[in-house]
Design a protein around this ligand. Structure first.
Ligand code: ZN
Length: 239
């Protein structure tokens, strides 16, 4: 179930600070700045608009620093509002988002359209949550098949088939844990299958060679001769 939320705005110095308040069953107020450059405030149900706004204004300096930090972290991610007309990527293809109000929440693809149904008055936080949930479902459907496809190339080199963990990460596409698990960033589902395969192969090769030294590069070239081209595309792409 989604909590009630509302979009508000305050100022800090001359800067306008828009934020979304999500009212929840909680005792304390928590302010978060998400990598898309949005401020989300989780507030107790009884907190008034004035109280929440005053708290956000008081934390203006900290919020501004977080927003600037994310600007540096994610220079390749365009800001998104999750509104009709925006372009969103899925498996490397561009889809035009169409937001419609309905009694249900859902996302579906129709040609080059990505249709999102939201409840009437859905806020930025709602719309973002709906689309993230959909991307997560697709990641859980698609990534295991890509690992299956890559596994035969590594079955003689790794002691066992790596377990797959799919989660949201802000700074990397994937990793290979010391315990032998392959971690993939949910966001990678925005990239083409060729780029997903590159990240899977890259991380599996770390199961054999932990760093990016010559042995790792040789293994990459053996398993995926065009890996350098794919790497360059992934680094250039606005995901
Ligand atoms: Zn690496």
């Amino acid at each position: 179930m989604m909590a009630a939320s509302v979009d508000l705005e305050t100022t800090w110095g001359s800067r306008s600070l828009p934020f979304t308040v999500v009212h929840q069953d909680r005792a304390t107020l928590r302010i978060t700045v998400v990598p898309e450059g949005k401020v989300i405030v989780y507030a107790p149900r009884e907190a008034s608009t004035d109280q929440v706004t005053a708290r956000v204004a008081r934390r203006g300096g900290w919020i501004t620093r977080q927003l600037e930090r994310f600007d540096q972290w994610s220079p390749r991610t365009p800001p998104r509002q999750y509104i009709s007309g925006e372009t969103h990527l899925y498996l490397g293809k561009q889809y035009r988002l169409l937001v419609r109000e309905a009694e249900r929440t859902d996302v579906s693809l129709d040609g080059d359209r990505m249709r999102m149904w939201t409840r009437t008055g859905a806020t930025y936080a709602h719309r973002r949550a709906i689309l993230r949930h959909w991307y997560k479902l697709q990641a859980h459907r698609i990534f295991p098949a890509r690992v299956d496809a890559a596994w035969p190339g590594f079955s003689s080199k790794l002691a066992q088939r790596p377990g797959l963990i799919i989660r949201q990460m802000t700074q990397r596409w994937g990793s290979f844990t010391p315990a032998g698990r392959l971690v993939l960033n949910t966001e990678l589902v925005r990239a083409s299958p060729e780029l997903i395969d590159y990240v899977v192969t890259h991380e599996m090769a770390h199961g054999v060679h932990p760093d990016h030294g010559a042995p790792w590069q040789a293994l990459m070239s053996e398993k995926m001769p065009d890996w350098r081209d794919r790497k360059a595309v992934l680094e250039r792409q606005l995901l």
